[in-house]
Design a protein around this ligand. Structure first.
Ligand code: KIV
Ligand code: ZN
Length: 383
């Protein structure tokens, strides 16, 4: 592929777990991590060990459970955070320390109460301390997209000089839009040519519903790691959804010219497991994994997919461990109705089919969903 391999950094167990009401037990984190390994993600960010003893244990358990993916742990630029992260990932086959600090004037002044020079010093110190204490070090400049690009470039240079191997520039509050995001990443790369020696990463939030679009714009602008979560769960409106990123890169490989190591056949199972263990239902209309993503209700569409599935489908759901459905409702057509009858073993003469279809339409105008049982039961009752 012309533009290479994209590293999929899954943060379901860290940023995803920051969704209100989610508190995964260590064994649940390990169960999800095992599934993420089957899914083929490159990096699993397992948690923020300094945030609680339970999270420390969760990261430790993930580190001892998986063997293929790199296991990452989050840390502020404080010694106690980095030490906790080092200890938590120590058992991993391949470990990554993920150190972050905010670089926007707003966050530095109002949240951290630090001068820019103090932030630079903390980056230099924490990344330098982390380097050599795990296999890889990632530095994230929190609120990067609202930071001064000149200052941000300087911070990136310092982090790389201190031996960071990945630099992540998050759109922490989901403020960017795709063209601006790509421009921003190009600007920072121009001002910090050293970024060519490390992996540039994007981490986009969905406050304006643009997380996936911004991540893909980031790939077009040279990012080679995308941070995402299963089902798009995460802080506030969530993170870029892993399944959407992976499938967009795959279905539109003609446009992105990249590939990932994700085994797409595991997408359906992974989504279902994360939904079950987090208690977060997937909305019906959600792309790729929503219950409606491969459901065709309108008669014209049902007729189309029955003749040639590619008329209304750009992916094969079976390939993702999912199924196409032709639900019977108000907008359904005769072809889908006849197919449903045949599949249910109901053999009908032409006249009987006409009659049953008319009855079905009558019911469908009054009910949100109609089953064959409804149609034929009322048929019998009428006789
Ligand atoms: O959104 C964000 O900025 C983060 C960082 C900690 C990477 O989650
Ligand atoms: Zn985040």
């Amino acid at each position: 592929m012309a533009r290479g391999r994209i590293t999929i950094f899954d943060t379901t167990l860290r940023d995803g777990e920051q969704s209100p009401g989610i508190a995964l037990q260590p064994h649940e984190k390990a169960e999800i991590a095992e599934q993420l390994e089957r899914l083929g993600v490159d990096v699993i960010e397992a948690g923020f060990p300094a945030s609680s003893p339970g999270d420390f244990e969760g990261v430790r358990e993930v580190a001892h459970t998986v063997s293929q993916p790199t296991v990452a742990a989050l840390a502020r630029t404080r010694k106690e955070d980095v030490d906790a992260a080092i200890e938590a990932v120590a058992g991993a086959q391949r470990s990554r320390l993920h150190v972050f600090i905010a670089t926007s004037a707003l966050h530095m002044e109002r949240k951290l109460g630090l001068e820019p020079e103090e932030v630079v010093e903390q980056v230099r110190w924490s990344v330098g301390y982390a380097a050599g204490r795990a296999d890889e070090v990632q530095f994230s400049a929190e609120d990067a997209t609202r930071s001064d690009p000149v200052f941000l470039a300087r911070v990136c240079r310092e982090a790389i000089a201190a031996r960071a191997t990945t630099i992540n520039l998050p759109d922490t509050v989901g403020y960017s839009h795709p063209t601006e995001h790509a421009d921003f990443l190009r600007q920072v790369q121009l001002r910090c040519p050293e970024l060519a020696r490390v992996t540039l990463s994007v981490h986009c939030h969905d406050d304006l519903g643009l997380a996936v679009a911004n991540s893909l714009a980031g790939v077009e602008a040279g990012a080679r790691q995308v941070e995402c979560t299963v089902n798009g769960i995460g802080e506030r409106a969530g993170n870029a959804a892993l399944e959407e990123i992976v499938m967009a890169l795959r279905v539109r490989a003609d446009a992105y010219e990249t590939e990932t190591g994700v085994a797409v056949g595991e997408i359906g199972r992974t989504s279902a497991l994360v939904s079950r263990l987090t208690g977060y239902a997937v909305q019906r209309c959600k792309a790729i994994v929503g219950a409606n993503a491969f459901a065709h209700e309108a008669g014209i569409h049902q007729d189309g997919v029955l003749k040639d599935v590619s008329t209304y489908q750009i992916m094969d759901p079976e390939e993702l461990g999912l199924t196409m459905t032709l639900p019977l409702g108000k907008h359904s057509g005769r072809h889908a109705f006849a197919r449903a009858c045949a599949q249910a073993g109901i053999e009908l003469e032409r006249e009987q089919l006409n009659h049953a279809f008319a009855r079905f339409k009558e019911l469908a105008d009054r009910r949100p969903a109609v089953t064959l049982h409804d149609v034929f039961e009322t048929e019998v009752a009428r006789r």
